[in-house]
Design a protein around this ligand. Sequence first.
Ligand code: KG4
Ligand code: ZN
Length: 365
Amino acid sequence: MGSATHTSDAATVPPIVLGIESSCDETAVALVRGDRVIIAQAIASQDAEHAPYGGVVPEIAARAHTERLAPMIAAVMGQAGLTLDDVDAIAATAGPGLIGGVMVGLVSAKALAMAADKPLLAINHLEGHALSPRLADSALAFPYLLLLVSGGHCQILAVDGVGQYRRLATTIDDALGEAFDKTAKLLRLGYPGGPAVERLALQGNPKAVPLPRPLKGSAEPHFSFAGLKSAVLRAVDSAAHSPADIAASFQAAAVECLIDRLDHALKRAGPFPALVVAGGVAANQTVRAALEGFANRHAMQFTAPPLALCTDNAAMIAWAGCERLAAEGWTADGDFTGDPLDLVARPRWPLDASAEAVRGAGAKG
Ligand code: KG4
Ligand code: ZN
């Protein structure tokens, strides 16, 4: 102990972080090593529980997280053949999100941290999404322009480094994933709606239904999707178009808004060497193709994490923990203490604390 050899070895040993995610309707646990190895992970979706309601019911979500989390942690540790002694820190989503679910994950992480005497890392769920592309792509360096599009968020961020985020745009009403889910509900496609709209859109004509492009060309930087959703409702009610044409036209309108707002952000804050997309809507192939085209036109590298890392998962939370350890100079024999155990879960937690509050933005996790 304490020999020069031990110290240099310790400095190069990558940390192992246990990650817990429970901020919406996925219960997830992962073990990730600092050299970008996902050692083991598990995800339990609650789609079946929420499907009858056409959206996530917070009480049902919290109860499902409570029932599933402890056995999932045991299963992931068992799968990896590790014990808590082998883990260097315990990371959990501490917000933003549905508060009941966030509390379930955070309390579990605190209990494990206390029992095993390991540091706690309270991770912002959005930071998990923002840094997840670097877990998949070791070549992705800071800074990059990030489009974060999920069920609860629709933001453009400049990611300058770990903990350094500038919000360039957000939504003034609905998030894009929410707009996909609402469109699916209007078209009676079930929940979750994004993948169903995407599938149906493949059979439709994206030019068939005239739909608005809210805030396109506007001098203000933000997104808005509420008007698009209302127009979809009118199109459905009119019965003048096929569901496939409505789905395709909705998707085309949404994508046009994304590109327009990205263009606006790039003009104001660019240039950036890379464009990165994260969040559940990044699973959409039409969205990805349009973003790739935009990146090519602006000579930017384009990165989208693999689909499993785009939607909510715990590997991104554990990885954000690894990034934090690296940024804060963690070493295996150092005295890193992590976050205080009395830290509270936050339903709202902007990544960029200096960004002005925007009406409607971040209303959900
Ligand atoms: O990131 P995520 O798993 O959870 C949140 O933090 O919100 O994102 C879920 C959202 C849902 O609104 C879902 O409909 C949308 O991502 N989504 C999609 C697709 N797959 C998931 N939207 C459009 N096309 C898809 N293929
Ligand atoms: Zn998410």
